[in-house]
Design a binder for this molecule. Structure first.
Ligand code: UDP
Length: 367
């Protein structure tokens, strides 16, 4: 065998595992079907502005070891995500906090906000059964109707009554005037973009781009003792039980001859009749002052096999299907499955990195 490991996929999971394996003296080959490394955190530089090509990625974590790890490879700036919501032209701060409540109801104190929300949530009895009930029980009906319903139904292409409650639990609800979208103590954007981080991780690793492991698996299985597979788990097993579903995205990016288009990196358009969910002005992730700007509108779309897979559809049907594939994966001796697509999970980047480091520990022992 020529390599100890072939890693299929050069996204964060594959890059971290490959780095750790190399560091411990293993021979590693990374194959990637796209023509670039980085997976969905891949960035391009245009006019001095870092563009998040597959959607905005903001790094945030509570795991100190993950934060320390990524900071070994690149420096992170002090960006704090404070997106705003635009509902029919009116602007609200996110996540849901005293600034939002004050603007919505003309109130000033946490007590006043709590009184309104308590009154509005009375229509929900017992444990919330779906996203709609969960949202109303967290923030009441006004915020649900104006800032959640339209956005969520566009993003997922399904009614809030048919979506799992946990999706909305990602968002903090705060009775303080604090617009930081994340609760995590560590947050930032890698200076110059995520591609640099991935490049550093892969510095001493052999990488072949434009190679589809699935199409050429006989060749690559013959090259290594073990395969680390980070692609879609259903594709690996040739969709034998049917395909797992995802929500797709379509991005439209324009270059504008102005310095500052929207004054903030992320604007959520929360009304149901606007076809995009977000508008991203990339330069604000790095406090850019260039005379031009790039703005990307993010349109959710129906997904089909072959499209880029963005959000796993975590309903009962898909979870049950995933379990069937996971049982097959467990039985594979030569291949280990890891990352967002192979585990069919709505993962943040820090969880992906933590997962790759855990796998490295299991596979390679600690060092
Ligand atoms: N959400 C919402 N209104 C917003 C922003 C988010 O209702 O303005 C809800 C929506 O249900 C969404 C979930 O919160 O699916 C998670 O949003 P997040 O911004 O974490 O999604 P991601 O950044 O992963 O696309």
């Amino acid at each position: 065998m020529r390599y100890d490991y072939v890693v299929a996929g050069a996204g964060p999971f594959g890059a971290v595992f490959a780095h750790e394996a190399r560091r411990q003296g293993k021979s590693v080959l990374v194959v990637e079907r796209r023509n670039h490394i980085g997976g969905n955190v891949y960035c391009e530089n245009k006019d001095g502005i870092t563009i998040h090509v597959y959607g905005a990625h903001i790094f945030h974590t509570s795991m100190k070891h993950v934060w320390d790890y990524v900071n070994r490879f690149t420096s992170f700036n002090h960006y704090i995500n404070s997106p705003i919501a635009n509902y029919k032209g009116k602007i609200y701060n996110l996540p849901f906090n005293m600034n939002t409540f004050s603007r919505m109801w003309g109130i000033r104190t946490p007590e006043e906000a709590k009184a309104i929300i308590t009154r509005q949530r009375q229509c929900i009895k017992g444990e919330p059964k779906n996203l709609e009930e969960q949202a109303i029980s967290l923030v009441g009906t006004d915020i649900y109707e104006q800032l959640i319903k339209g956005y969520t139904e566009k993003q997922w292409g399904r009614k809030c009554t048919e979506l799992p409650a946990f999706i909305i639990k990602r968002l903090p609800v705060r009775y303080t005037y604090d617009n930081n979208y994340f609760d995590d103590p560590y947050q930032g954007i890698p200076v110059g973009g995520y591609t640099k981080l991935i490049e550093r991780l892969l510095e001493n690793v052999e990488v072949r781009l434009g190679v589809d492991y699935i199409k050429e698996r006989d060749i690559y299985n013959g090259l290594a003792e073990k395969i680390i597979y980070t692609g879609p788990i259903d594709e690996y097993f040739e969709y034998r039980f049917g395909n797992l579903e995802y929500r797709g995205l379509h991005f439209e990016t324009v270059r504008l001859n102005e310095e500052n288009y929207q004054g903030v990196a992320v604007v959520n358009y929360t009304a149901g009749d606007i076809p995009y969910t977000r508008s991203i002005e990339h330069k604000h992730f790095e406090f850019g002052r260039q005379p031009v700007t790039y703005v990307t509108k993010e349109y959710p779309k129906k997904w089909q096999v072959g499209d880029e897979a963005y959000y796993p559809v975590n309903d009962d049907k898909n979870r049950a299907l995933y379990e069937r594939y996971a049982a097959l994966a467990d039985a594979e001796k030569k291949t280990v499955f890891g990352g967002r697509l192979a585990e069919y999970k709505y993962y943040d980047m820090d969880k992906v990195i933590a997962g790759a480091l855990d796998l490295a520990k299991r596979e390679l022992g600690s060092s």
